[in-house]
Ligand binder design. Structure first.
Ligand code: MOS
Length: 739
């Protein structure tokens, strides 16, 4: 009965709950006497609400109230300076604050009724007169007035190094190109929803779709001036998020407002179309100028980024940092400017900045390699960075060479004919492309509590989230391994603001952050359990020290004589029937920040392009990942597969189209906003290369939520070039751009 849980491809411990429908999401918690709210969204992009008439809506039987800026209670926005845990610099949007309209589809009213259908109908009866002002949503037309923000929330460009201009001018081989991509919107399966339960004493229990209950908790207390103990936020399951659920969204504010005013429980759920009303992956335009020697040594690198933001917040992301991490170059100049438009503030979307920055970087490098007549892998090996030049730090670990080697071998890269349009199969042109990437392997501060009861059952808890990534499973494995318990004897609890504090589940840092807290809470229980085991009558461990024993299969045994030991339940019987409880807060170790900490990927792609029709299929993908120690190969692989699928979407499908006349995204539904379906996804193989890292965190594991997506779109774009000889520098690569 061995239990070495770390490294096993364990099935999701919450899988059964999910597939049987037992798992409840924010919009599914039912309570008696629940009322339903439906938001009214602005029809204009900029201006003022001159008149808002709710009388027709209020005449409908079963309609309880319509909230607008005119009748909203005065106590809301108690704390105007409050910024949520993921807010960029600026002044956050406050729903129903006044009569000003700042973006199309801004929520301007909430109709509340006895049923969802009535609320929706009532919302349609709200009559609004606007005074419109000229809006500007045209990104391309405003690039010339791009500005450097006072403060970057992410992605601040490092200072230039070397002589970037001189080196570029002198480089015998050069390229200079612009790369662009569309705005993209989140489409998780679960729509944003908040169910606010109004308790008898006026306290609130809030079920919210969020990537971290503490953010919702803080938001409510600050926006409504409530005491922390008056609010409990619960979010046991999240139906996909990857950025859309980092910041509290307007359905939460509206539901809390209505519940407090009506003294009744209220739920507000957004429709799929309303999911397009609160932020998107920002459009960028990136200029790359590269210079190399004839032998393929990178001599100069210049990247200028222009990205969308709103008029009220300066949102920026990590677009420009990747060159300094991935390539050795002595002369580098980077810039990142913003273009503020009359849109809602952009928001994080899986590997924010990494997905788009790596696309442009890796396409430009492919162009340079092609111009040099070099194989793309050989070119990358020649310019391999042994340190992070942005911050002049060594890497904590970097097995990217091994990713190239194993990925190329699995893919069969050797058989590639480098000439574009040289490989075909019937009327299909075949293209093979590759790209590499990196993503941050950070650790933050978090707390966890471990409780071991006398029956040998362990419960570990932390106010973290599981956005579908596998938090429940991985934390259960870490706890079981540390105490030598069976998985079935361990329960992990999350998604409740009454649990020990944890940050948002974002930035691929949950295993690193919460996993470390879980491990150290369990380590403390382990020490106490060992002391108890020594007290058992005739204990073979009496003379041993903690280093001499192993915790395995519910036993604490001597490492050298495994047959001699004490069972965990026998040890617990010496604790007067009491449980062992340990709560710890863990933070990154001193000295960790002396190192650059990144996960790495190399992605190999095959596309088949119909020569007559221009249709593209991504027929094969091999993704080789260096992500430190893999806690669970199954959930880890799922993360990378998900990243590849989303990368196919980024490269070929996702595209929200702004009508600049209306200042409105036009394709705000899944009929016209395309994401990959099964027919778009063919063979995908994932390789995890071995990587030891004792610096990133005590587990040696790097986050895997985002590394899987970053190098997919450029690998596809490079494969399309190889197939067709045509370089498409604007995503998504749709067939009209090939013909
Ligand atoms: Mo992620 S975009 O850090 O949820």
């Amino acid at each position: 009965m061995k239990t070495n849980e770390i490294g096993k491809p364990t099935n999701r411990v919450d899988g059964r709950h999910k597939v049987t429908g037992e798992a409840k999401y924010a919009g599914e918690f039912n309570v008696p006497n629940l009322a339903y709210g439906f938001a009214v969204n602005s029809a204009i992009a900029k201006g003022k609400i001159k008149k808002i008439d709710t009388s027709k809506a209020l005449q409908v039987e079963g309609v309880l109230e319509v909230f607008t800026h005119e009748n909203r209670p005065g106590y809301v926005w108690f704390d105007k300076n409050y910024k949520d845990m993921d807010a960029p610099p600026g002044s956050p949007f406050r729903p129903l604050y006044d009569n000003e309209v700042k973006f199309s589809m801004q929520p301007i009213a909430l109709a509340v009724a006895e049923t969802f259908e009535l609320a929706r109908y009532a919302a349609s009866l709200v009559e609004v007169e606007y005074e419109t002002s000229p809006h500007d949503t045209d990104f391309e037309a405003n690039i010339e007035r791009a500005y450097v923000p006072e403060e970057y929330n992410s992605g601040e460009p490092p200072k230039p190094w070397g002589q970037p201009d001189e080196a570029l001018a002198n480089a015998p081989v050069q390229i200079e190109e612009e790369y662009t991509h569309s705005s993209q919107h989140h489409n998780p399966m679960e729509m944003h929803a908040s169910t606010v339960v109004y308790e008898a004493d006026g306290k609130l229990t809030v079920y919210d779709k969020i990537q971290g209950v503490m953010n919702t908790h803080q938001y409510i207390t600050h926006a409504f001036g409530m005491q922390p103990e008056e609010v409990q936020v619960i979010s046991p399951f999240v139906g996909g998020a990857f950025g859309s659920g980092l910041r509290p969204q307007y359905q939460l504010f509206l539901a809390v407002l209505a519940a407090r005013e009506l003294k009744r429980s209220v739920r507000v759920t957004l429709t799929r179309q309303q999911m397009f009303s609160f932020g998107h992956r920002p459009k960028t335009m990136q200029r790359f100028a590269l210079g190399a020697s004839k032998e393929g040594k990178l001599e100069a690198l210049q990247q200028d980024v222009f990205a969308e933001t709103s008029r009220f917040e300066d949102y920026s992301e990590d677009v420009v940092i990747w060159a300094g991490v991935l390539y050795k170059c002595e002369n580098v100049k980077l810039s990142h400017k913003l273009v503020d438009l009359d849109v809602y503030t952009p928001l994080d979307m899986r590997a924010p900045g990494g997905t788009t920055g790596t696309f442009a970087l890796e396409c430009s490098m492919d162009e340079l390699a092609h111009k040099l007549g070099m194989d793309p892998i050989e070119f990358r090996l020649k310019n391999y960075s042994e340190k992070d030049q942005n911050e002049d730090k060594p890497f904590s670990s970097k097995e990217l060479r091994e990713c190239y080697r194993q990925g190329a071998e699995k893919f069969g890269w050797k058989k590639r004919n480098p000439a574009p349009r040289s490989m075909r199969e019937g009327h299909n042109l075949i293209g093979w492309g590759m790209a590499h990437g990196a993503w941050e392997a950070n650790q933050a501060q978090a707390s966890a509590k471990a409780v071991l009861t006398s029956d040998g059952k362990l419960t570990v808890s932390s106010a973290t989230a599981d956005i579908g990534t596998g938090t429940y499973t991985v934390m259960t494995q870490i706890a079981a391994e540390t105490l030598g318990l069976q998985l079935d004897d361990v329960t992990f609890k999350l998604g409740d603001s009454s649990l020990p504090d944890a940050p948002l589940e974002g930035g691929s840092k949950t295993v690193s952050t919460v996993g470390t807290a879980v491990k150290s809470a369990c380590d403390k229980v382990r020490e106490r359990l060992f002391e108890l085991a020594q007290q058992v009558e005739g204990s073979p461990l009496a003379e041993a020290s903690l280093e001499d024993v192993v915790f395995e299969g519910g036993q604490i045994s001597l490492r050298k004589e495994p047959s001699k030991g004490v069972s965990i339940t026998a040890a617990m019987s010496h604790n007067q029937g009491k449980a062992i409880e340990e709560e710890v807060s863990s933070k990154p170790a001193d000295g960790q920040s002396d190192y650059a900490r990144y996960a790495h990927s190399a992605t190999f792609v095959e596309v088949k392009v119909d020569e007559d029709l221009g249709t593209i299929r991504v027929t094969r993908v091999v993704s080789a990942i260096a992500g430190g120690r893999i806690i669970n190969p199954k959930t880890a692989k799922s993360q990378i597969l998900g990243g590849v699928v989303w990368g196919i979407g980024v490269a070929m499908e996702e595209d929200t189209v702004m009508d600049n006349n209306l200042g409105r995204f036009m394709n705000h539904d899944l009929d016209k906003y395309h994401i990959p379906v099964n027919a778009d996804v063919h063979e995908v193989e994932v390789i995890f290369v071995e990587e030891k890292d004792e610096i990133v965190n005590p587990l040696g594991a790097k986050g895997l939520g985002e590394i899987g997506i970053v190098s997919v779109a450029p690998a596809i774009a490079n494969a399309v070039f190889h197939a067709t000889g045509k370089r498409v520098r604007e995503l998504p690569i749709t067939l009209d751009k090939l013909l």
